[in-house]
Design a protein around this ligand. Structure first.
Ligand SMILES: *Cc1c(COP(=O)(O)O)cnc(C)c1O
Length: 377
């Protein structure tokens, strides 16, 4: 579908040629010499991948772990945070269902409480409403929510968390690959490959700062995370790879590394500016269409553009747009329950244009959206 206007990089983006070549090339090589030898041939590249991801995040290679999804990264980090009865876990109103469910489950098991940090008038985390004490063990912070354009502050929250010894787990699923994250302060960060980073599906990464690793207790460990040193003894790795398992899709990992390298070569500042430019054009165009309400919150906004139509339900808008070769998705209340409930929304249409979407394509998409929402049938 060459005439497809692709506005779904927040869902699963379109990988660039170097990523696809890397993945397919490696799968081919596996058919020639088998998976072990093929991986051995790429050992140096796989090792260098930790440095590439470290460059992307502005962290140390020892702080990087590769995983198979953002969720896997997030769960590995979350499950490693010690929790006891009476402890407090703070979440934001932008919390994602995939994080909320394990948080609620573990909190109930541990006797911990889950509290929501209120949002300010812009819809972002309200720093003034942060109520911290030494019972707060974890702040689960969504950097960019899945259902809207806001960008939550990070460094101020982490600074406050440090004062009471709470850990900050940053969900950077929707910011990795569209924003420059190198100046951010957090203890742990989870990201996916398939969204703004344009990597393969089934890839993700975890950053765990060296300073906090000792405070964490990784739950799922194997013969890669540790070594069996005696009949009754084992030793765990002393870097973030303690959160990895031995087996992984080597082709996909090479694809993820290629995607990160591609983003770095393009320039994270360039990407951030180009994405913001497309999103602004789309938001302004949408706001001018009768019957459309732009639903994005936030003082500073990301590449995620959400809207509703007065007359046409979100799912139908999405389907009609797909028929007209415009790819968008729908974000439903179930994935960001707190925020959607607070705003009285059940569904929003989500359009997420990456830098590879031209101005002409944004304008064409706006024309098509206008047609689609003015038809009742
Ligand atoms: C997509 C998303 C996730 C989960 O990513 P997976 O790749 O499905 O594991 C987590 N948090 C947010 C905010 C997301 O948008």
């Amino acid at each position: 579908m060459s005439d497809l206007i692709f506005l779904d990089s927040a869902g699963s983006s379109i990988p660039p040629a170097p990523v696809v070549d890397e993945v397919i090339g490696h799968l081919r090589r596996e058919t020639e010499i088998g998976g072990y030898r093929a991986a051995a041939e790429r050992r140096d590249d796989l090792e260098a991948g930790y440095g590439v991801l470290a460059d992307l995040f502005g962290c140390q290679p020892s702080e990087v772990a590769f995983t198979d999804s953002a969720t896997r990264s997030w769960l590995a980090a979350f499950d490693a945070v010690p929790l006891a009865a009476g402890d407090r876990i703070l979440v934001t109103e932008a919390e994602y269902a995939g994080n909320a469910i394990p948080i609620l489950r573990r909190a109930a098991e541990a006797g911990a409480v889950v509290e929501v940090i209120p949002s300010d008038v812009h819809g972002q985390v309200d720093l003034g409403a942060l109520d911290l004490d030494n019972r707060v063990k974890l702040i689960s912070l969504v950097h960019v929510p899945t259902n809207g354009g806001l960008i939550n502050p990070v460094n101020d929250i982490t600074a406050a968390a440090r004062e009471v010894g709470a850990l900050v787990l940053l969900d950077a699923c929707q910011s990795t690959g569209q924003l420059d994250l190198r100046g951010l302060d957090y203890d742990m960060l989870a990201c996916t490959g398939r969204k703004w980073l344009r990597g393969p599906r089934g890839t993700g990464a975890l950053v765990v700062r060296d300073e906090v690793r000792e405070r964490l207790h990784p739950r799922l460990v194997d013969l890669h995370s540790g070594s069996w040193t005696g009949p009754q003894e084992y030793a765990l790795r002393s870097d973030a790879r303690v959160f990895e398992l031995w087996e992984c899709g080597i082709a996909d990992r090479l694809g993820l590394i290629a995607a990160a390298r591609y983003a770095l070569e393009m320039g994270l500042d360039v990407i951030e500016a180009e994405v913001a430019d497309r999103a602004k054009r789309l938001r302004e165009g949408l706001a001018a269409i009768p019957g459309i309400t732009v639903r994005d919150l936030g003082e500073r906004q990301s590449g995620i553009v959400t809207f509703t139509s007065e007359r046409v339900p979100a799912m139908e808008v999405k389907d009609r747009l797909w028929q007209a070769s415009v790819a968008v998705t729908v974000s439903s209340a179930g994935s960001t329950l707190l925020d959607m409930t607070r705003r009285g929304l059940t569904e929003v249409v989500r359009a997420s244009p990456h830098y590879f979407v031209s101005h002409a394509e944004v304008d064409r998409a706006l024309e098509i959206i206008e047609q689609v929402v003015s038809r009742t049938r």
